[in-house]
Write a protein that binds this ligand. Sequence first.
Ligand SMILES: Nc1ncnc2c1ncn2[C@@H]1O[C@H](COP(=O)(O)OP(=O)(O)OP(=O)(O)O)[C@@H](O)[C@H]1O
Ligand SMILES: [Mg+2]
Length: 351
Amino acid sequence: MVSLFGNKNAGWVGVDIGSSSVKLVSLSQQGRDCQVDSYAIVSLPPSAVVDGSVENQAEVSEAIERGLKICGSKLKHAVVAVPSSAVITKRLEISNAFAEMELEEQVKIEADQFIPYALDEVALDFEVLGPVDNHPNLNEILLVACRRDDVSNREDAVNAAQLNCDIVDVDTFAVERLLSVLDAADPGALVGMVDIGAATLTLNVFRDGKIIYNREQAFGGNELSNAIHQQYGLEISDIEQKLRGGGLDEEIIEMLVMPFRQSVVQQVSRALQFFYSSGAQSQLAELYVAGGTAGIDGLVELMQEEIGVPSRVLNPFEHIRIGSRLNRDRLMKDAPMLAKACGLALRSFDR
Ligand SMILES: Nc1ncnc2c1ncn2[C@@H]1O[C@H](COP(=O)(O)OP(=O)(O)OP(=O)(O)O)[C@@H](O)[C@H]1O
Ligand SMILES: [Mg+2]
């Protein structure tokens, strides 16, 4: 097909269904560069997504539809993620003598041994990673399994919003992809990425671009919003807007936001202790901080000082061109919240 304006390749819109909002990111290829064309963040009612699972599909679809309108483009295809906590991944070693269909059967037989659900309730996928070192007759296979409901709830919510949900990914794969577009770390260095959302804090650790550790704990910005609501009687939606856009009273900042900032650092420090006690060989070389809570003024500076690891707010668009329709300042403020959606949209260029 002839393309008049360079090699414009619109791909999948990344749809991150979080517990407090849905985030959409759309990227395109502009010549050799990747560009962010549009994005949206649309709040969800608290009943829509609970403990990582879609409880009210209509509320989620409605938010995605509103997001599509904000993006203002004719996006048709989406990639969405299930949380890694809902997924079992396992590396298998299987003879390379199997033909494609037989391999699928063999993977199912092996999967049945460690998946704690009936296989007909489970969505299975696998990827052949390549030959096992020193065993040329064996292939290493990455198996991903998830309860069918966790996949279909998300797919259905996206499809009901007039999008085709082409791919259901795993959120850890999305952050792994994201790491590949950030500044490269030294070989062998451990890089941490902590996402502090509304309800969940997730720590991922990478070495040489591959994820080596993932753990979630129940902690997030909801604690701060609820405390402000209880003590000052503001509506939650008003609080969320002021946290993101500015305008909270100095007193609230001093009495509640600053102490909360301290507890965020404590929670991250606790997450790192779990990681180190899991047998880590060395200290993290750097720590990226993502999620809405990363937007608290001075958070990363305090983290760096107290935890002793160079820390910075994650900007997924560090090396991505910013489309002319977007307000750069607004995007930079929203950037850490858009990390997962951007990692999902990057799937468009995995070819
Ligand atoms: N500038 C800010 N300062 C403090 N908190 C903020 C700021 N911006 C957003 N937040 C908080 O971040 C949270 C939303 O972040 P995010 O969108 O990453 O969460 P989520 O993806 O919906 O939730 P989760 O990942 O836990 O399911 C809310 O609790 C919000 O109050
Ligand atoms: Mg989130």
